[in-house]
Design a protein around this ligand. Structure first.
Ligand code: APR
Length: 263
């Protein structure tokens, strides 16, 4: 590939990637966009362009309008069930085989990384397919939900409890264990990708900066500039599937060309 190719990584950075011991991949809604799941902040198509977060994704909204909030999540769960991982998800699975360690930290709640076969996935904002009791936070299984006539279903764990999605709403704390693992990965990685996130929502947005402060190379994959772009060693300004498949190809080609005896 020519150095001017917008899809290729400069040779020096490719070498660093090839030699890295721990790669951290932070993903946001843009990673799932090509699987047909709407982003949050993209003008026109983003979920928050059509709905007000405070009316749907807050504990206060759930307390005031539980049926409305539950129904909105039911609709999103339907979209997630219909969605399939794309070539970018698959490329990440392949990349995991090429380095000693690759950790994915995702803000997405759709589990598409796990479904595509990625082994080490940290869910920072929960998982939309799981439900918990809104009073005790104990998990509620699918069978219980399916047999419930109520909207939202009543919780089996507390008298006044209701089922709610196991996601982090605005104003709630992130799961401590996931956040600790993510920070550990950021401090210890030597190469970091930030893919498909506006880098506006904390604390996820600060993870790539933590990686850079601790000496990692940072690559951003996003068709748009973000506040993180300034800190990146290189930005691939295209979609996640296009950038990751091109990168995987470039990486594999380099490994092939530099095998002993390859000439
Ligand atoms: N490939 C890569 N990036 C893309 C693509 C694509 N095909 N399509 C859009 N993007 C980029 C957009 O340019 C934008 O920067 O993905 C980003 C999506 O941004 P957001 O919608 O803000 O999503 P995200 O950053 O993940 O939001 C963080 O906010 O509301 C909360 O909890 C929600 O996890 C979410 C968090």
């Amino acid at each position: 590939m020519k150095p001017s190719d917008p899809l290729s990584l400069p040779e020096s950075l490719l070498l660093r990637l090839q030699d890295s011991k721990h790669v951290l991949v932070l993903t946001g809604a843009g990673m799932s966009a090509e699987s047909g799941i709407a982003t949050f902040r993209d003008a026109q198509t983003g979920l928050w362009a059509r709905f007000r977060p405070e009316e749907l994704a807050t504990p206060q909204a759930f307390a005031a309008h539980p049926a409305r909030v539950w129904s909105w999540y039911e609709e999103r769960r339907h979209t997630v069930r219909e969605a399939e991982p794309h070539a970018g998800h698959v490329a990440l699975v392949e990349m995991e085989k090429m380095v000693p360690r690759l950790s994915i930290v995702t803000q997405n709640v759709d589990a598409l990384h796990q479904r595509s076969g990625s082994g080490s996935v940290i869910e920072l904002h929960g998982n939309i397919m799981r439900s918990i009791c809104h009073l005790t936070s104990r998990p509620i299984d699918e069978e219980w939900l399916e047999n419930s006539p109520d909207c939202p279903p009543r919780s089996p764990w507390a008298r006044d409890g209701l089922a709610r999605p196991d996601v982090v709403w605005f104003g709630e704390s992130l799961p401590a264990e996931a956040m600790n693992s993510a920070m550990n990965a950021a401090v210890n990685c030597d190469f970091c990708f930030s893919i498909g996130t506006t880098s506006l929502v904390q604390p996820a947005a600060s993870l790539p900066l933590l990686a850079v402060e601790n000496g990692a190379i940072l690559i951003e994959i996003n068709p748009q500039e973000t506040p993180l772009s300034l800190h990146a060693n290189h930005c691939l300004r295209t979609s996640a599937s296009e950038a990751l498949t091109a990168l995987l190809h470039q990486w594999k080609t380099r490994v092939q060309d530099h095998k002993p005896g390859a000439g």
